[in-house]
Design a protein around this ligand. Structure first.
Ligand SMILES: O=C(O)CCC(=O)C(=O)O
Length: 346
């Protein structure tokens, strides 16, 4: 491929940084440059190299963790993500943040407030900490980076993530629905509005989840996610919202998500995490996050959203569409190059 060094000789060097996956269904290989000590990834034709499953697990996922996921709608998995994978994603995240397709949600919130009267959700803790100044912290988010950057494709397809979610979901097959970069810079005042991921997906099924992978230590004061425990079992359908405001996407199905702070019967849980820890939540679990009240610490995270055996295409009115959705029919199995299979058991 033009522009990419041929580093295939370096693939799978034992003890190297990134655990390389080779020849995923995404058609990329991850490679580690011995010379530069940095991660490079070269797109290669999957036909040229054997198809392999996702990287092996650092440790097994316990029955208790699987039970917590299904009971609470969320589980925090400690020390499951090799640090090398996180280090590999540091530069691609900066590239993603510079991509015009990545949204500045802080700006979007200000525009919605000025133009449409939306109320932006501001975290008072950020004001109390005195770290907010005009134009200071930004909340930026993008989607479908894997389609543009082989580094993200390798992260979603070749890292341990597909194998982890296969175990949690009890699924023999895992499809990649999408990925997102979600960064709250120091002093970001905007909360993430509570929402249900399923409201944004053209999918029906019980085996659907999001793996939230932080690259930095995260606490509630820097923007740890908060989950309404057990909400994946509520028989309620919520409208997707615009993430920094409760304003719903137009023409969408369901009820508005109520303000979590007024819902006394919601059992909110969040987790302090270190790099290597991840949370995985069910796509129906209601969740949100605070701002980032730190003056110095960034909160960088990558969410990867996966589906399992029972997921089927279901057009959801008003929800964000992907290019291939036009060719999908109600009830179709999701397998498509726009929603690739990234793991098959056995
Ligand atoms: O990172 C955030 O603030 C929100 C992430 C989220 O809601 C998600 O990935 O589902």
């Amino acid at each position: 491929m033009p522009g990419w060094p041929d580093l295939r000789a370096d693939v799978d060097q034992p003890g190297r940084g990134c655990r390389p996956g080779r020849g995923t269904n995404l058609g990329v290989a991850s490679v580690y440059s011995r010379n530069h000590g940095v991660c490079l990834r070269a797109p290669v034709l999957s036909a040229m190299i054997p198809v392999m499953a996702a990287a092996p697990l650092m440790r097994s996922i316990t029955d208790d963790e699987v039970e917590s996921f299904w009971r609470d709608g969320v589980v925090c998995l400690r020390r499951v993500m090799p640090i090398e994978w996180l280090e590999c994603m540091a530069d691609p995240i900066e590239v993603a943040l510079a991509d015009p397709l990545t949204a500045d949600l802080s700006q979007m919130g200000a525009d919605l407030a000025a133009g449409a009267g939306a109320t932006v959700l501001i975290d008072e803790a950020v004001d109390v900490a005195g770290v907010r100044s005009p134009g200071s912290g930004r909340f930026r988010a993008g989607t479908d980076h894997w389609q543009r950057d082989p580094a993200f494709a390798a992260f979603a397809g070749d890292s341990p993530l597909p194998r982890i979610v296969a175990r949690l979901l009890g699924s023999t097959k895992i499809n990649l629905y999408e990925d997102s970069v979600l960064v709250k810079e120091p002093g970001t005042p905007e909360r993430t509005a509570f929402h249900q991921d399923m409201a944004y997906f053209h999918v029906e099924g019980t085996q659907v989840c999001t793996a939230w992978v932080p690259l930095d230590p995260v606490t509630p004061s820097t923007g740890a996610l908060e989950f309404a425990r057990g909400s994946h079992r509520w028989e309620r359908t919520f409208r997707p919202n615009l993430f920094v405001t409760t304003m719903a996407l137009p023409d969408t199905e369901g009820e508005d998500v109520p303000d979590a702070r007024t819902q006394r019967d919601w059992d909110l849980v969040s987790f302090d995490t270190e790099p290597g820890d991840i949370t995985v939540h069910h796509a129906r679990t209601v969740h949100g996050a605070g701002g980032n009240a730190s003056a110095t610490a960034r909160r960088r995270a990558i969410s990867v959203r996966y589906t399992g055996d029972d997921a089927r295409f279901r057009h959801r009115r008003g929800a964000p569409s992907k290019a291939h959705h036009g060719s999908m029919g109600e009830g179709d199995v999701l397998d498509h190059e726009g929603c690739p299979v990234v793991f098959v058991d056995g």
